[in-house]
Design a protein around this ligand. Sequence first.
Ligand SMILES: [Zn+2]
Length: 415
Amino acid sequence: MVAVDGARLWRDLMDIAKIGATSRGGSHRLALTDTDKRARDRFAFWCEEAGLTITRDEMGSMFARREGRNPELPPIIVGSHLDTQPLGGRFDGVYGVLAALEAIRSLDREGIATDHPIEVVNWTNEEGSRFSPATMASGVAAGAWGLEETLARTDKDGVSVGDALQSIGEAGTRPARLSPPHAYLEIHIEQGPVLEAEGLPLGVVEGARGQVWYNLSITGTEAHAGAAAMNLRRDALAAAAEIISMVEKFALIEHPDAVGTVGSIKASPNSPNVVPGKVDLTVEFRAFDHDALRRLDGHFRAGLEDVARRRSVAIEHEVSMRTDPVSFDPSLVDALADAAESAHIPYRRMASGAGHDACRIAAIAPAAMLFIPCVGGLSHNEAEEITPAWAEAGARALTLGILAADRLDFIAFAD
Ligand SMILES: [Zn+2]
């Protein structure tokens, strides 16, 4: 049985959390900023200390390689991301990268060689907060979008991904389009409340919800709040209110498979005595089932037309992101469950509500994920918290998962 050094892993987590530490105990490390660079340097230092060889791809994603008995075999890639949300937590992403590194150190300590090389990955810009979209580099790696268009994307100050990569010196030469690895594994905090509520230290993730995101722009007529008669108004915010209720209603019809959210809204002129003439808002639906997502999309679009007609407002909508539901590789999922069982780590099988780099790589290689609990289900939040015991159990399961993946012969991968 392989032992991992939980104390070392925890020290590393706390150490890297100091880079971009926020006043309320979180981390603020937006992709390709100087703080991200410092975290990358720290990670690279630890990897080199562990004897790993680092390469960077054209998107700046870092791959730290431990050679296998057969260097010709495609690697097992394990990792996550070091970037955070603005005012994010200390564990989202970071835990997955450092747990993977600790897994390698554990194999070294125990003198265990694998047939396949192992590469610990730090994906560039998973969060998508500075540059859209999220899972940016793993998306390029899996061919979901192209390299050139991605490098040209800009942040709110007009700085492109390509320029940001150059300015921190993280652009590499390894092709950003990944040649399919033997397997891809990622461990992450759950970002939901299920594991903690059930007192389980581990989740074996079978798949992830598909998502469809919209940007809506509603145009009515600005008018005097005292003088404009109710029956003659074209109130953009009242129309938005109907749309918000509609999103909630449609998502509840598909409960518990689906969720629907309006997370951002901007009314203008946003003045107490003016009937709002324009509202911009975002809407998103997520569901595990393809058909449920299709139904939500269809009902929502029909609903928009109905609101626009009845209220005489113009509603423009664009889909800003769409991803299909993901099913992880069943044999890899089973192998992770077996690994947890053999290590006597209580677990449950579950699905992910959030998108992850693993969901991208699942398009080109056998992929699967593990979750550890997070306190109160909180993430994307400075108060994000885990326990050292959860961190250690997860890293142990991941290490065994890597060994199991090494032994697996996947039936030719077909997407
Ligand atoms: Zn994450």
